[in-house]
Design a protein around this ligand. Structure first.
Ligand SMILES: Cc1ncc(COP(=O)(O)O)c(C=O)c1O
Length: 380
């Protein structure tokens, strides 16, 4: 089946009682059971719930994985993946990553997990850090907010030649399985903040983990129910509803973002544009081979905090807000917002400055969005 057919149907059947085409929301916290029946599909709603099960089957299929797990936030999903590790284990990752994920890694250091941070745009840097204790490589591609890429196929080849047991986890939030499928490129775990493009309507906070490794099914399920960071049935229902339109939404996000990136790249008030779909992006070739399209996030450098302030004060359609991936256009000042938990020194090391803004390009009429950006740039 094609992507959208699966997105709309997989894991869902008309309700057995009412034949409703859309599944009901199962709000029950607990389920009637038979004495000593250990195989009942639903027992208690933290452990499993019909809406969560439908969502998990659906997203696993879309990522071409075997097992899906839904969490109450993207950060909870990242944390669940980290909980697969034990003290003394070593992880290779990068600081060019969502600030909250970096914060989880710093917390994990307190529990004895060791981290090496490298520039993952060159996978050879990962190869140099591989050690017998290395148990995981964690990538985010494109990265938040500077849209650096990691070559996932090359990464998995390097891992295979060192030790196949090392897990490669990839945060696929910016792409969604419609645009990029890390498991098909040899990676083992996909993580999402489903708060973003997967849900796409800025009304659910959620996280997803998908794997195709059989040996991870039980540990991940154990972590999910033992630590209990699970989404509500209503959130699962909303997310499954949203995924039905993922492909059409992503097509429009990509179209609008590319038009905007081209417009901004030739604007004299814009110092730099970061977008993997522009030939000027240093990894444009990799973007073309690894991703079906280039996504809905465009990052720009306006040169200074003062310019940022004037620009933000004059925007009319783009809203200054945390988050991304919704149908409405948002703008985020990474220095003070998404990456506020990262130290100033580290931000500078990453190339993040006070003049940088991350645009989450929505699916409004692109001419209106360009007009909005143009009039706000004129005020600088
Ligand atoms: C790439 C990425 N991963 C993970 C997260 C964390 O997700 P959540 O905010 O749903 O916990 C975010 C949030 O912005 C993100 O951008």
């Amino acid at each position: 089946m094609g992507f959208s057919t699966d997105a709309i149907h997989f894991g869902q059947k008309p309700d057995k009682e009412s034949f409703s085409v859309i599944p009901p929301i199962y709000l029950a916290t607990t389920y009637a059971r038979k004495f000593e029946d250990r195989d009942a599909p639903f027992v208690y709603s933290r452990t499993q719930n019909p809406n969560r099960k439908m969502l998990e089957e659906n997203i696993a299929k879309l990522e071409n994985g075997k097992y899906g797990f839904a969490f109450s936030s993207g950060v909870a999903a990242v944390t669940a993946v980290m909980k697969l590790l034990k003290p003394g284990d070593h992880v290779i990752t990068t600081k060019n990553i969502y600030g909250g994920t970096l914060r989880v890694f710093k917390e994990m250091e307190k529990w004895g997990i060791k981290f090496s941070y490298v520039d993952m745009t060159q996978v050879e840097n990962v190869e140099r850090e591989l050690k017998p204790e290395t148990k995981m490589i964690f990538a985010e591609t494109p990265s938040n907010p500077l849209l650096y890429l990691t070559d996932l196929k090359k990464l998995s080849q390097i891992r295979d030649s060192f030790n196949r047991e090392i897990l490669i986890a990839v945060d696929n939030t910016f792409m969604t399985p419609y645009l990029q499928r890390p498991l098909e490129l040899g990676c083992d775990i996909v993580v999402h903040s489903s708060t973003k493009f997967l849900n796409g309507h800025s009304d659910v906070v959620g996280g997803i983990v998908v794997t195709n490794r059989d040996e991870l099914q039980k540990p991940l399920w154990y972590i999910q129910r033992a630590f209990g960071a699970v989404p509500s049935p209503f959130d699962c229902w909303l997310l499954l509803r949203s995924i039905k339109t993922l492909a059409v939404r992503m097509n429009q996000h990509c179209y609008n973002a590319k038009r905007i990136a081209i417009f901004l790249a030739s604007h004299p008030k814009v110092k730099r544009v970061f977008y993997p779909g522009l030939p000027s992006h240093p990894q444009y070739e990799l973007a073309q081979s690894q991703m079906k399209d280039f996504g809905g996030v465009v990052t720009i450098d306006l040169g200074s905090k003062e310019n940022v302030r004037k620009f933000l004060d004059n925007l009319k359609i783009f809203t200054l807000a945390e988050s991304l991936g919704g149908v409405e256009s948002l703008v985020n000042h990474s220095w003070t917002m998404s990456h506020s938990s990262v130290s100033e020194e580290e931000k500078k090391e990453l190339g993040l400055t006070e003049g940088i803004l991350r645009l989450s390009v929505g699916i409004e009429d692109v001419e209106d969005l360009i007009d909005d950006l143009e009039q706000a740039l004129e005020k600088i």
